[in-house]
Design a protein around this ligand. Sequence first.
Ligand code: 13P
Length: 253
Amino acid sequence: MTNRKKIAAGNWKMHKTFAEGQGLAQEIRTMADTELMNDAQLLIFPPYIHLQGLAKQLEGSKIGIGAQNINQFEQGAYTGEVSASMLTSIGIHYTLVGHSERRQYYNETNDSCAAKIVIALKHTIVPVYCIGETLTERETNQHFSIVEDQLHALKGLSNEDISKCIIAYEPVWAIGTGVTASSDQANEMHKHIRVVLTRLFDEHIAQGISILYGGSVKPDNAKELFSQSDIDGALIGGAALASRDFINIAKSF
Ligand code: 13P
């Protein structure tokens, strides 16, 4: 048994007004304080515009807060973008990197993700690096090699830096579809991720990294997923928008 961190992370995507987000954050905080008895780490990833307000609101709570994206450059003429130092200046120390929706709609590549991971770590921001294959890639039996290519974005990090990262395996075909990867399918890929990390780094590093599963995680399938040997938590979309569901997932460890 390793003592990898158990994590329930909510990706709010482009949902919730500020007032709604404040309400959701407050409910999560209250439920976490009164009901969450395990040592799961809770993380939320609200839209950018809510980060500063919610970070203030959640000060002193057990809930960590992160951005859904980060820019790969220090500063400059990049209209519409937000830098690592801007995030840390408002107390944000987590970010998603390479979510499949950003790869699909905003042309993020393994190379741009690699640069985002480097700049995040440089600024003491923990990257949650999202990887996963499409349905076609799985059906044509390319899922293991696609995930391996995506993991190469981590190549070149120092052992110290890679140990700070979190990985989220999110098969694209399971996101928002109600179709979850079976716990066996998910665990098989999580083990493969550790094999690749062992090749890129070493066994100790590979066994120490928390790997989250994402894709239609709900209160009723979380326990089964979390019981698997290599699944250390979840990156939750839809179910993270309801405090009750989010907390019930976190209680499933
Ligand atoms: P759903 O839980 O809605 O399938 O979304 C998963 C996801 O993309 C989290 O980042």
